[in-house]
Ligand binder design. Structure first.
Ligand SMILES: [Mg+2]
Length: 486
């Protein structure tokens, strides 16, 4: 291990007797210049000095400026252990401490005299604590830059580090995945479990950021070098074992751009099952609820169960439909979800095994673009106990998703399906991203991801949208002064 010294004055001449000995004793980096034969000789001398002072020669990163001599055939590449594109000396600066206005400006103002080339800058602020890192090219002025950075940090009451090295950031590996972790509360154990799975796959976490603190804490990991399908399977096991929601989806361009979001209605967009509200008016609520429960668990053919339940509504006055429309309760976050998706230019659709008489007015009120549901037969102002046309069942919901996507000119990869019941499974499987929302176990097992917090706007976080962005958009909207909470 070389003895650390604060400063070595610029020194040249007397190479093998003076400079190279100091390099062997103290330096991490050596750069030589000369013709190929001279450089080769200097490498050899440096190796021998390393041996005499007890230093591992490979600890010293070497580069050389070679004046080519046609006779030798030596090139820079043949003499230098690092590829030419990585030869540039770069400085990595970090500045940490209490955030205040003007930190970044003070740093770069101080460095203005050395004209740094900026390769990268990243900054985060967590509870008022700023961490800024910058990668600079300041050829030949490293010592001066180091002093300037320390001076700027001292003036700001912050801590700075300056690390010498070579080249730019490593290029990110292929296989980029966005992993979203939602918890209420989110604990260190959850972070440990998720990051452990990522590390276990040999993937790398490139960035971590918080997407929301309300109504749930959401953390997004930007990961590279991952096999999405394998990672997703193992993360699903963590989600089940730890009781948190974890979503993983392809990152990069795949996460941007317009999408079609198709939602189930009963127990997804709204908290109720409409047919049970209707049955209550007929005094047959318990009987109908039992059949609904069986159908949603996948134990009954949906179409047969629908016919059986609608038959129980025979004779109801059609005015009941209006009363049920008024009684339905939106799921918390439903308005925020639809409003934000619409602002993003997304298309929003609802598909329901319930009834268009209730679903369409709800869709109109929320500004939803497409609605598909069953139609109740009404004769002389009374429900006949039958439905008209083809039943919207499990296959019908998936067909509607495909039809809406085709209408919008979007491939299925750009669709999102959200549902809770067995009759949502086909559309959840067909969609680019299938989300089981507070769903039955059979649905959770087959969806890409599950959301088990009772807030529909949590879906926004799975799409990489932050709570802050949602609330800022609400504030900018004319007439809105307080961010709506549902
Ligand atoms: Mg449902």
């Amino acid at each position: 291990m070389a003895r650390t010294v604060d400063h070595i004055s610029a020194r040249g001449g007397g190479g093998e007797l003076r400079t190279l000995r100091i390099v062997a004793e103290h330096a991490d980096i050596w750069h030589g210049f000369g013709d190929a034969e001279t450089i080769a000789h200097k490498h050899d001398v440096l190796d021998r000095w390393c041996e005499r002072v007890g230093r591992d020669p490979s600890e010293i990163v070497r580069s050389a400026g070679v004046a080519p001599t046609p006779a030798s055939g030596a090139t820079l590449t043949s003499l230098c252990p690092v590829p030419p594109e990585d030869q540039t000396e770069t400085l990595l600066l970090t500045l940490t401490g209490a955030d205040r206005p003007g930190v970044t400006r003070t740093l770069f103002d101080t460095l203005a005299t050395v004209h740094p080339v900026v390769l990268d800058v990243e900054q985060t602020v967590t509870r008022g604590h700023l961490t800024l890192s910058a990668l600079l090219e300041v050829t030949g002025r490293e010592t001066e830059v180091s002093a300037l950075v320390q001076r700027a940090a001292y003036g700001l009451g912050m801590t700075a580090t300056v690390t010498r090295g070579r080249g730019d950031n490593e290029p990110r590996r292929r296989g980029r995945v966005a992993i979203t972790l939602l918890g209420h509360p989110l604990t260190g154990r959850h972070l440990s479990a998720v990051s452990g799975v990522i590390a276990g796959h040999g993937a790398n976490i490139d960035r971590i950021r918080r997407l929301s603190r309300y109504p749930v804490t959401t953390i997004e990991f930007d990961v590279s070098g991952a096999d999405l399908d394998v990672l997703r399977r193992d993360l699903a096991l963590v989600a089940a074992a730890e009781g948190v929601d974890i979503a993983s989806s392809p990152a990069g361009l795949a996460r941007r751009g317009r999408r079609l979001v198709v939602m189930d209605v009963d127990s997804t967009l709204i908290q109720d099952e409409v047919i049970e509200l209707l049955a209550a008016h007929a005094g047959r609520e318990a009987e109908v609820a039992a059949v609904t429960e069986q159908a949603m668990r996948g134990e009954l053919d949906f179409a047969a169960s629908l016919h059986a339940r609608v038959a129980a509504l025979e004779g109801l006055d059609e005015s009941v439909l209006g009363r049920v429309r008024d009684a339905v309760q939106l799921t918390p976050g439903a308005r925020t979800l639809v409003r934000t998706l619409k602002r993003l230019g997304f298309t929003v659709a609802v598909v329901s095994g319930g009834f268009i008489e209730v679903v369409q007015p709800l869709a109109d009120e929320l500004g939803i673009d497409h609605a598909r549901a069953n139609t109740l037969e009404i004769v002389d102002g009374k429900l006949t106990g039958r439905v008209l046309g083809e039943v919207v069942d499990r296959a019908g919901k998936a067909a509607a998703l495909r039809e809406f996507a085709a209408d919008e000119g979007l491939p299925l990869a750009r669709t999102v399906a959200i549902g809770d019941g067995a009759n949502d499974l086909d559309m959840i499987e067909a969609a680019g991203l299938g989300i089981a929302f507070n769903a039955k176990p059979v649905v959770r097992a087959l969806a890409d991801t599950a959301v088990n917090v009772p807030y529909l706007d949590a879906v926004l976080y799975l799409l990489g949208i932050t709570r802050e962005e949602v609330e800022e958009a609400d504030l900018l909207d004319e007439g809105t002064t307080v961010p709506p909470r549902v």
